[in-house]
Write a protein that binds this ligand. Sequence first.
Ligand SMILES: Cc1cc2nc3c(=O)[nH]c(=O)nc-3n(C[C@H](O)[C@H](O)[C@H](O)COP(=O)(O)OP(=O)(O)OC[C@H]3O[C@@H](n4cnc5c(N)ncnc54)[C@H](O)[C@@H]3O)c2cc1C
Length: 298
Amino acid sequence: MSGTALVVGGGIAGLVAAHRLSAAGWDVTLAEATSVLGGAVSPRFLDVPSHGETGAPETQTLELDGGAESFAVRGAAVRALVEELGLGEKIVAPEPLGSWLHGPAGPVRAPRLGIVGIPGDLDAEDLAAALTPAGLERARQDAEAPMDRWAAALAAGEPVTVAQVVADRLGDEVLDRLVAPVVAGVHSADPAVVELARVAPGLLAAAVEHGGLAAGVAALRSTGTPGSLVAGLDGGMVRLTGRLVEALREDGATVLRGVRVAALSRVPATGGWWAQISDRDDEVVRGLDVDRVVLAVD
Ligand SMILES: Cc1cc2nc3c(=O)[nH]c(=O)nc-3n(C[C@H](O)[C@H](O)[C@H](O)COP(=O)(O)OP(=O)(O)OC[C@H]3O[C@@H](n4cnc5c(N)ncnc54)[C@H](O)[C@@H]3O)c2cc1C
């Protein structure tokens, strides 16, 4: 089946959706509210002082990833997309320097063995360095405290948030210092509203089986592929955005920037949609009739 489609939002999700629909024969219009495509995977430019060949002071402009700078390799979807777009040779492993977290207590090295910031080794030096002595002592209760409450929640299929289980098992300090920054950075969300099963599938079951949350993390990590959990692209993740934009051009899709889809309404006679498109001053510039709409907004 094909027809006309409007993709609202020119972030990475909108670009992928537009490319997929175009490839499947749809006549696609993509509308992006800002002047930049890629959303959280778009470049930022930073002028830094440098010295040119003559030694004279100059300004060099660095192109940096504005948001995502790597992709998870646990699922194969992004790697497959990167390869499909001909960027497979650009895939690089990150420098094995580990991650640092900045919080109210200052910068701390993120514990190396962890899942979404939840530590997997309660005796690790990096965990001790990241916490106060009282926070570490509280975290270590995870190894002793019964898991009954969480076994019951698992058996009942109850939704369990990251914050609930981390605060209970490892204490507020681990939640605030180690887990909240990772959940906020990776999932743009508060751990109090994110279900553990969404961001760490299988972790609650592993924790119940192994008698503690950290033990569950360690068990899950030991079954994973050794090596880094993420990969990057030489030149930055923005290469992916650039290649998708090129692909859309080759597909013949219409790409509109600086226009906001301000309203959508059903057209009962056709079963399609009418979209009201506004410019940056919120002046309505035109309407668009389409068969299908993909919402890929933030
Ligand atoms: C600082 C940071 C670091 C990150 N690091 C990583 C990482 O290392 N690895 C990883 O996998 N993920 C990372 N993420 C998350 C990842 O970048 C995002 O999940 C992903 O880019 C979201 O893409 P998206 O297209 O869904 O949304 P967005 O990128 O938010 O794009 C949505 C687009 O919709 C447009 N829009 C909104 N409303 C309208 C409208 N009415 N009409 C037209 N356009 C509209 C917006 O202008 C925007 O461009 C990071 C995110 C941030 C912010």
